[in-house]
Design a protein around this ligand. Sequence first.
Ligand code: CO
Length: 135
Amino acid sequence: MIDAPLDHIAIVVKDLDATVALYTETLGFSRVYREIVADQDVEAVGLRAGDAVIELLRPLSEDSPIAKFRGDAATKLHHTAYRVDDIRAELARLKAAGVRLIDDEPRPGAHGNTIAFLHPKSTGGVLIELCQRSV
Ligand code: CO
């Protein structure tokens, strides 16, 4: 993961439409995608930020872990995601190095990507996602 490019920064939000309007109409970002990510129980909007994406996440259920993480905040930084070429190899390398994994097996993420989360207890408190792009 050395020098891995930033793929996206994910922010969990309470009011997705209002936050999308803030980022697009006021701040001037352009929208890349808007989709339901069933595996994570969220609706995701990707906004282009150079070669990376700002991803706004709206929990589909207020009982989900991501909704509980956000709590009463209007928005809260959720995770940073770094792009890797071979996610399985990187997970194996990090596991061997003693990093605790949330996902031993990669799973589907937004925009057709394959993702896996590292445990924040092993990453200094920030949730980190590994992200392998579909193309
Ligand atoms: Co992500």
